[in-house]
Design a protein around this ligand. Structure first.
Ligand SMILES: [Zn+2]
Length: 431
């Protein structure tokens, strides 16, 4: 659920909408979702008045933010580590995801932080409840492009299964060793059950090339009106690395280089993934400066980003591209008495449980009045919007949500009491 919304405008499933046969409805919805057309409806009393159009759409990003960003850290979280990256990110209201190697912790001569009970417990019971997340990052930290399809699949599957054993929900994957470029590797990742995979992208180096790369959209997923990324298993991630580590000019080295990318992402309403290593750990591979990281966090917090794990954004986008909204207005003598909202995506509700933000215009006489949101007779939230435009975040679970304003009259109060007692209110007067 979320608070005050601000409005984009969309399409209008309504009474006319519901009169369409189901298949037609769905087809129309997909069409409408794509092109954001307005459709007018027939309200029961609208015999001589023109039908009032009602706009509804799914926001591109959760909570109607302008763009989306995932901050990822290639390591296991380590309790008590200095600097305390987790607290710093959390205190600024943001979240971060860890790329975890589920099996052995060696790759050539490099030694990685491996899984142990303390790290798993810290991740799952202290970070995850605060919105932090995790990604598969190899059962072993190897280049999967060098493996056969079968070997890669086996490795991805082992990572997936181990995550499940630890009580994690595998969704997004971060290919180790900056690999994952081969189509065969990407197919193996999909076959193992992951829903997305990110690849580290470096820019072309040098100021001019950097500018060109930025303008060419190298770093941006799902820009503009796109409903899905070009390649779910080749998501673009920005490789963050201090120039002092090994002089990587093609990496994004500091906050001065990052901020134009953030602004470009907002401009393109895109999803940016930042891939950090060894934040504030100058003795470790690929390190990034702690002061610069803090500036990055502040730059992100100051902008209109949905900062979320790759997992959540993957689910949101996959739900959104399949979403069909049905709004059913129940009109009575006193105007619109309730709105039934059904949000369907046809996906498994256990796995695809990320709420979608829907945008719609509430009836003018609802503006500034609190309304309740319930499902199956259970009160979920009470909200008030001072504008016609409403942004409401709901799980797409194919079951109707009931929206009802609070009334000041005695009869209406009676109805509200009925409702709060848990019974599904009987509000339909015209069925
Ligand atoms: Zn790694």
């Amino acid at each position: 659920m979320n608070g005050n919304g601000n409005g984009l405008r969309g399409f209008a499933p309504n009474d006319l909408w519901r009169a369409l046969p189901p298949l037609r409805r769905k087809a129309t919805a997909l069409l409408l979702l794509g092109v954001l057309v307005l459709a007018a409806g027939c309200q029961p009393q609208a015999v001589d008045a023109p039908p009032a159009p009602l706009n509804a759409s799914v926001a591109k990003w959760f909570d109607n933010h302008a763009a989306a960003i995932s901050i990822t850290n290639d390591d296991w979280p380590i309790p008590g580590r200095e600097p305390d990256i987790d607290s710093y990110v959390m205190e600024r209201g943001l979240v971060m995801g860890y790329e975890i190697v589920t099996g052995n912790s060696f790759s050539g001569e490099r030694i990685f932080s491996g899984p142990d009970d303390e790290r798993i417990a810290y991740l799952m019971s202290e970070l995850v409840p605060n919105g932090f997340s995790y990604y598969g990052h190899g059962h072993n930290h190897v280049d999967h492009d060098e493996l056969s399809y079968e070997e890669a699949l086996e490795s991805f599957q082992a990572c997936y299964d181990t995550m499940k054993d630890w009580g994690m929900k595998p969704v997004a994957y971060a290919y180790p060793r900056s690999a994952g470029h081969e189509e065969e590797t990407q197919r193996a990742l999909e076959a193992a059950g992951f829903l997305s995979g990110r690849i580290n992208i470096r820019d072309s180096g040098g100021f001019l090339n950097r500018l060109l790369a930025r303008n060419a959209g190298k770093f941006y997923n799902i820009p503009g009106s796109q409903l899905a990324p070009d390649n779910w298993f080749g998501l673009r991630a920005v490789e963050m690395q201090s120039i002092e580590f090994e002089g990587c000019d093609r990496c994004i080295n500091d906050n001065d280089e990052l901020t134009p990318i953030l602004d470009e992402a907002l401009e393109r309403t895109a999803w940016v993934i930042l891939s950090y290593h060894s934040i504030g750990q100058r003795e470790n591979w690929g390190w990034y400066d702690w002061d610069e990281f803090r500036k990055d966090v502040q730059s992100i917090a100051a902008r209109d980003f949905w900062t979320a794990p790759m997992n959540d954004i993957t689910l949101y986008v996959r739900e959104r591209e399949n979403a069909v909204i049905t709004l059913d207005l129940v009109e009575g003598g006193a105007g619109t008495e309730s709105i039934e909202v059904t949000l369907s995506d046809g996906l498994d509700n256990v796995r695809f449980d990320q709420p979608l933000t829907i945008l719609f215009d509430q009836p003018t006489d609802w503006v500034g009045r609190p309304f309740t949101v319930s499902q199956d007779g259970e009160l979920l939230d009470e909200l008030v919007f001072d504008t016609e435009a409403v942004a409401l975040s709901l799980e797409p679970n194919e079951r109707p949500y009931l929206l009802r304003p609070r009334h000041s009259g005695s009869a209406a109060i009676h109805r509200e009491q009925d409702y709060l007692a848990g019974g599904k209110p009987s509000v339909r007067q015209d069925d």
